[in-house]
Design a protein around this ligand. Structure first.
Ligand code: FES
Length: 56
């Protein structure tokens, strides 16, 4: 599922970045550019991040 339309980033890509050690929203922005344009994806990205961190 696409989370960030501006940069074409999917939840799978976000989960992969977290698997590779990214643990913050800022880190995801640096790695994948999520949230760096219109910002509408920030809430959804944070949900994916929190869900994934709980599993780790
Ligand atoms: Fe992610 Fe616009 S949808 S920055």
């Amino acid at each position: 599922m696409y989370v960030c339309i501006c940069h074409g980033v999917t939840d799978t890509q976000i989960e992969s970045a977290i698997d590779n050690g990214v643990e913050t929203m800022k880190g995801l922005t640096q790695e994948l550019n999520v949230g760096s344009q219109c910002g509408k994806c920030c809430q959804c990205t944070k949900r994916v991040l929190n869900r994934k961190l709980i599993q780790i």
